[in-house]
Design a binder for this molecule. Structure first.
Ligand SMILES: C[S@@+](CC[C@H](N)C(=O)[O-])C[C@H]1O[C@@H](n2cnc3c(N)ncnc32)[C@H](O)[C@@H]1O
Length: 270
């Protein structure tokens, strides 16, 4: 039997009056798990920053390449995916368990709509394990404690923080969260992250008005960060080649995808 757990709790009622990030992200990547308000706000954001759908797609493709690389080339068998998003075509456990059926994956998100769909995330290979934690990234203590029920935290874990630290508006608080989570996993563990940026070098200028619009019309509030700020999250870790780059360029076939204003990196804990 595959080990997996069903999220506890009673019926969940998603807020359909305000656009929510998980559902708008789902709209941008072509999913159907969203409401009219999400499509409306998502399309308005896309009119300010037309590349936003490319960003979302590039981020998902980066996730696929990073999980494949870590599972196949680095022998990683445990993943802690924080800020999971709604299930889509290739979720972390599906990619990892295709290569290593015994891979164990814990998902974390705090959006009620992701909780509603979490059952899809919990259907894994018989040899592996999946779990879903309904928790806030601002509470790393709970995340680590609950993750330890499924993952062996004495063995390497790939901590995935894709498109999530941008919802921790205070950079000091975001750094503290990363440090606390990486302190709970052993040497040989990885941090995989993506983060939006307004850096002009990667075409990020439209992020500024787009995020202003988002913060007035949707939830949760978001921030962009510079390459220097994102690099600070990786302090004390060793960057895997090619380092911090536009996530569309990370170990992608040369010239295959355009540069997007969303950084991506993978780093190992020495
Ligand atoms: C941009 S989506 C990224 C989804 C996925 N990681 C990916 O890269 O495709 C961000 C996700 O973070 C979740 N999220 C936002 N704020 C959060 C918080 N404070 N705690 C936990 N999850 C949060 C949202 O619900 C959403 O599912």
């Amino acid at each position: 039997m595959s080990e997996s757990r069903t999220p506890p709790g009673g019926p969940v009622r998603p807020d359909t009056g305000v656009a929510h990030n998980a559902r708008v992200w789902n709209h941008w990547i072509g999913g159907k798990d969203n409401y009219e308000v999400d499509r409306k706000v998502g399309d308005q954001v896309a009119s300010i920053i037309p590349v936003v759908r490319d960003i979302a797609r590039a981020d998902r493709d980066f996730l696929g390449r990073a999980v494949t690389y870590l599972t196949r080339e680095r022998g990683v068998r445990q993943f802690l995916d924080i800020g999971t998003g709604l299930p889509t075509a290739d979720n972390t456990h599906e990619i990892a368990q295709r290569i290593a059926p015994d891979a164990r994956v814990v998902y974390v998100d705090n959006d009620p709509i992701v909780l509603v769909h979490a059952r899809t995330l919990l259907t894994g290979s018989p040899e592996g394990a999946t779990d879903y934690i309904d928790a806030d990234v601002h509470d790393p203590g709970t995340i680590v404690r609950r993750a330890a029920e499924t993952l062996d935290l004495t063995r390497p874990v790939a901590v995935m923080m894709l498109g999530i630290l941008n919802f921790v508006l205070d950079t000091g608080a975001a750094l503290d969260i990363v440090r606390r989570i990486m302190a709970a996993v052993p040497s040989g563990s990885y941090l995989v992250l993506t983060h939006p940026t307004a850096d002009p070098e990667v075409g990020g200028e439209p992020q500024v008005p787009a995020m202003e619009f988002w913060n007035e019309n949707a939830t949760p509030p978001i921030t962009a960060r510079s390459a220097a700020d994102v690099t600070a999250f990786l302090e004390g870790l060793h960057l895997v080649e090619p380092g911090l780059v536009s996530c569309s360029q990370w170990r992608a076939a040369p010239g295959s995808t355009p540069v997007v204003p969303q950084y991506g990196a993978v780093a190992v804990k020495p």
